[in-house]
Ligand binder design. Structure first.
Ligand SMILES: C[S@@+](CC[C@H](N)C(=O)[O-])C[C@H]1O[C@@H](n2cnc3c(N)ncnc32)[C@H](O)[C@@H]1O
Length: 306
């Protein structure tokens, strides 16, 4: 798949640029800062600087490579700590025009020269082999390229999961796709995503992974969305979910996206979930929300409920 029209760079709050996708009706990054998002929601929650300090090889799958910001931030963080750490990277992306237009618009200029050079090579040739890097940019639907390019028995340290939102791109949030990703994680590996939707969190659990909330360092609050979600085959140290997040996973919102054949279009996956929700006896999510907002209004500073 390739984009018909050029993307127009859009400024975000940290001074870095993103693109807007007319096809998906969303920007590629948070308006709060495209470059900051790569570090805050992907590189640091996956502990890449800590891993680079103790390992000589790291393997990463960057699902929805896009402009390449998550890959750029990962390579920068790893080599700042350990310039001799060998990285094996699989970037999965549907539209080669996205990384190419990021390069053509000079959007990678905030990263070190070496990293910019590598992303340019990847955008041009889709494969890069260097002393400390083996990288593949697999162009196509990630549901297929994950299976055809990334070996099933690989044990990756890190997965970045960065598709457009579940209602816009449900194909990459299904239990089946999450399971294929989980199968490729090392037992100590981590998957990070910006998404905190109950359907995705429950989908990760159904895929056999432990999950944890990605906090923003602020005291938890029901009105503020967490930064995202972490998942791993083994229990995560921060797995303590707030009570309202736990209850959210018991509502209809937690009914996951499913795609048994791995080939269904978005509309079919959305309709399948809606049918499952309408038959479900789980609590409506609106009732859960009201209950927690009412408790917030009645909240006293000494209350343990939050
Ligand atoms: C939110 S953006 C990712 C941003 C990216 N991680 C970055 O740092 O620039 C989502 C990306 O998913 C790609 N995409 C959409 N559907 C896809 C699919 N089925 N398989 C692979 N990539 C897909 C889009 O082309 C877009 O580049």
């Amino acid at each position: 798949m390739t984009s018909a029209a050029p993307f127009t760079p859009q400024l975000t709050a940290d001074g870095s640029f993103t693109f807007y996708s007319p096809q998906f009706g969303e920007t590629f990054h948070s308006q709060r800062g495209a470059k900051a998002e790569a570090d805050e929601k992907f590189v640091h929650p996956c502990l890449l600087p800590q891993l680079a300090a103790k390992k000589s090889r790291l393997t990463i799958i960057d699902v929805c490579y896009g402009l390449g910001y998550n890959t750029a931030a990962a390579l920068t963080a790893i080599w700042q700590i350990n310039p001799h750490c060998h990285v094996t990277l699989y970037g999965l992306e549907n539209d080669l025009q996205v990384p190419r237009q990021a390069i053509a618009n000079g959007l990678l200029q905030g990263w070190p020269d070496l990293v910019q050079e590598i992303l340019q090579d990847l955008g041009q040739r889709e494969t890069v082999a260097r002393e400390f890097l083996t990288a593949h940019l697999a162009i196509g639907d990630a549901r297929q390229t994950l299976l055809s390019i990334v070996p099933r028995d690989i044990k990756v340290d890190t997965i970045f999961l960065d598709p457009f939102s579940p209602p816009k791109c449900p194909q990459l949030w299904t239990v089946e796709f999450l399971r294929h990703l989980g199968d490729r994680l090392a037992s100590t590996g981590r998957l990070a995503t910006y998404c905190s939707a109950a359907a995705v969190r429950h989908g990760l659990q159904l895929a056999g992974l432990s999950i944890a909330t990605m906090g923003d360092g602020q005291p938890p609050h029901p009105r503020r969305r967490p930064l995202g979600t972490l998942a791993s085959p083994q229990p995560l140290p921060l797995s303590a979910f707030t009570p309202w997040e736990m209850e959210h996973l018991q509502t209809k919102a937690a009914i996951p996206y499913r795609d048994p054949s791995g080939t269904d279009p978005a509309e079919v996956i959305l309709a399948r979930r809606q049918a499952e929700q309408s038959k479900s006896a789980l609590e409506p999510t609106s009732r859960w929300k009201k209950r927690w907002l009412d408790r917030e209004i009645n909240h006293t500073p000494n209350s343990e409920s939050f």
